[in-house]
Design a protein around this ligand. Structure first.
Ligand SMILES: Cc1ncc(COP(=O)(O)O)c(C=O)c1O
Length: 391
């Protein structure tokens, strides 16, 4: 059991993660049970009344769901959390809860592709208009806000192009005009960027990535402040969302080691990013934690660390040379994900509408996993030799 007498606010992040939500474990176990519940029974008619007992129906919450929700809410420093079967489900539930026909949404141009698709297709079909804005827009955001604008959506840094947004400034402007501010906080895993302390109302994660951390579960989380919680909770329940009990359990298991894993992801990513910056084949490294990298100043001001995902722009090379480099890698795999223990690399072709992004050469995205960085550097070094051998 977590010590009830502790002032949890004073605990360090690693301690919070290791001890969060332990009150849901029973019989001396340190982990909560995996409750597979649809039916939950009531002993008396009186207990059927609202508030009569803490659990009422599987989808409305079990000790397994409450444990992971409380733990993620505490990680992010928010009021309360709901979990979803994927990051996209979490994002769409948050947007649908705060937008209705005739409303207008301000969406960052560097947003994750599926979020863009949802806006361009589903929201448009529902009569909700989206305007994309430059991630580095600053004060000019004011000019885009209309009387029917309801939500400002941020993703910082963008998970492909890595622009770091001035979240406090944008949130301030949005709040002056009564907007709800949502952030995709997956890159910082709710750990290295404290969304609520920087003015965000709703922090969303593809918990699939760092929270789960082992590349074996799809999962999403939405953490709200107190003001936005009732409306989001109602929307989540109207949509009938929940997540599988095994996935909830695995997400909580991943969360226990989040601090430790992120520390290693950051250390290795910084080391490898520094090495890459010295390579003659490399034009730019897009890693905000790197001094002089784009976004470094705001990152230093607002973040307490960096995860293992960054971008790389190579000097111009033919496609076949890049293919030779990537096809022959042995530790880096190619995959459209990140946040797990394994290193990944993928060519990137980000879609933009208002803030053009034209890299000077082939663009790659790397996720630095938990392998030893020396081995990863050796893998990349052999890759550069293959890149150079194709002319
Ligand atoms: C930044 C970001 N947000 C959201 C998602 C969606 O998460 P999921 O794949 O769990 O639906 C992803 C997935 O890659 C992502 O990179």
């Amino acid at each position: 059991m977590a010590k009830k007498t502790l002032n949890r606010n004073s605990l360090k992040p690693a301690t919070k993660l290791a001890s969060a939500a332990r009150e849901y474990a029973e019989h001396g176990a340190v982990n909560p049970a995996v409750y597979r519940a649809s039916t939950i029974t009531f002993p008396t008619v009186a207990s059927l009344k609202p508030g009569g007992q803490p659990y009422v129906y599987g989808r409305r919450g079990t000790p397994t769901s409450r444990a992971i929700e409380d733990a993620i809410a505490e990680l992010e420093g928010g009021y309360a959390c709901k979990v979803a079967p994927s990051g996209v489900a979490a994002i769409t539930a948050a947007l649908l809860s705060f937008l209705k026909s005739g409303d207008h949404l301000l969406m960052v141009d560097s947003v994750y592709g599926n979020t863009r698709d949802f806006c361009d297709h589903m929201l448009r079909g529902l009569g909700i208009e989206t305007t994309y804005y430059d991630p580095l827009i600053g004060d000019r955001l004011r000019d885009l806000i209309r009387p029917n604008t309801k939500v400002l959506y941020l993703e910082s840094p963008g998970s492909q192009t890595f622009e770091v947004q001035d979240v406090p400034l944008l949130a301030l402007i949005a709040h002056e005009m009564g907007l709800v501010v949502m952030l995709d906080n997956t890159w910082a895993a709710g750990h290295f960027f404290k969304a609520f302390a920087h003015g965000v109302d709703i922090s969303i994660q593809a918990a699939t990535k760092y929270i789960v951390g082992h590349s074996d579960v799809m999962f999403g989380s939405v953490v709200c402040n107190q003001a936005t919680w009732p409306r989001f909770k109602a929307g989540y329940e109207y949509l009938g969302l929940f997540a599988g009990p095994d996935d909830m359990y695995l997400a909580l298991r991943g969360l226990r080691t989040l601090d430790l894993r992120l520390e290693r992801h950051m250390k290795s990513a910084l080391h490898i990013a520094e090495w890459l910056r010295q390579r003659p084949e490399v034009a730019t490294v897009l890693y905000p934690a790197l001094s002089n990298a784009p976004g470094h100043e705001i990152w230093k001001r607002d973040f307490t660390g960096a995860s293992g995902l960054f971008g790389l722009i190579l000097k111009p090379k033919p496609e076949a040379a890049v293919a030779a480099m990537l096809d022959g890698l042995s530790l880096f795999s190619m995959g459209y994900s990140w946040g797990g223990f394994e290193s990944l690399i993928i060519p990137m072709h980000p879609e933009r509408t208002v803030a053009p992004w034209h890299p000077s050469g082939p663009a790659l995205r790397l996720h630095i996993g938990l392998e030893h960085p020396d081995d990863l550097i050796a893998d990349l070094e052999a890759g550069f030799a293959r890149l150079n051998s194709v002319t």
